[in-house]
Design a protein around this ligand. Structure first.
Ligand code: ADP
Ligand code: ADP
Length: 229
């Protein structure tokens, strides 16, 4: 589940300036596809269209065969889990911060997400176990720890599609590597779309899309693209 298809998408923010030109690509269900390209190429615009923040001028985007023009934004947000770069945790326990991803989740479901995000060891080593408070006067988490809490939240949400936008990253490279390895694990069984700017991020992608000036200039498996160079 979670197959994405962009079909002949044309788009401009302003009528007289086209940004995306006939952009077509597929993200097969369960696969990881990376979009790369220079700054200004249109990568973020692709994401904004996927979330229906803007409508394409022509063409159609499909999720599992359904045109997103017929899907409301709330449903799209449920279908797509964003692996966040900047995490806002509120002043409550780590457990409740994770439950926020799916307020109706049972304790068992939250605990499963904690295990999947490899947070158990970390949480169990804390003085107050799952009730550990973060935020004001409470526990201070490092950037990487906060990311793991956020990843657990995303896992709990259970969305079939995962989106990881590295372009917005403010992390140092060590934290980023930690996130990426966590992301690789949670991405198993999900369809994932990655906006990448580092080679290390795309090595394990099933397919890579190269965007330039709003056009798909190359598309294919990583090793084949490299072999052409
Ligand atoms: P990337 O994510 O690859 O860096 P973007 O999708 O952010 O590229 O931008 C593609 C082009 O669209 C750029 O020329 C940018 O200036 C333009 N653009 C982005 N957002 C807006 C906007 N809200 N209004 C007008 N132009 C925009
Ligand atoms: P680093 O990874 O460099 O330690 P952090 O992202 O952990 O940076 O911290 C950035 C700022 O956020 C710091 O001032 C830190 O004290 C604060 N901070 C860290 N964890 C929390 C939290 N759980 N609640 C509120 N503030 C926090």
């Amino acid at each position: 589940k979670g197959k994405i298809r962009f079909e002949q998408i044309n788009f401009g923010y302003e009528p007289d300036r086209q940004i995306l030109h006939n952009v077509s690509f597929d993200v097969p269900a369960g696969k990881k596809v990376a979009i790369v390209g220079p700054s200004g190429a249109g990568k973020s615009t692709v994401i904004k269209l996927l979330f229906r923040f803007y409508e394409a001028n022509s063409g159609e985007i499909y999720i599992d065969g359904q045109p997103i023009s017929k899907v409301n934004q709330a449903s799209l947000r449920e279908a797509i889990g964003i692996v966040p770069q900047d995490t806002v945790l509120f002043n409550d326990s780590i457990f409740e911060n994770i439950r926020y991803g799916k307020p109706s989740a049972s304790d068992d479901e939250v605990n499963d997400a904690i295990r999947h995000a490899h947070l158990s060891l970390f949480i169990n080593s804390l003085p107050k176990g799952k009730d550990t408070q973060v935020g004001e006067r409470g526990l201070k988490l490092s950037g990487g720890e906060k990311q793991r809490v956020a990843i657990a939240r995303t896992i709990l949400k259970g969305a079939p599609i995962l989106l990881f936008d590295e372009a917005t990253s403010s992390l140092d490279s060590q934290s980023e590597q930690a996130i990426l390895s966590a992301f690789r694990e949670i991405a198993i069984g999900h369809t994932s779309l990655v906006i990448a700017h580092r080679l290390s991020t795309i090595v394990d992608a099933d397919s890579i899309i190269v965007l330039q000036d709003g056009r798909v200039v190359e598309q294919g498996e990583h090793h084949k693209l490299l072999a052409q160079k």
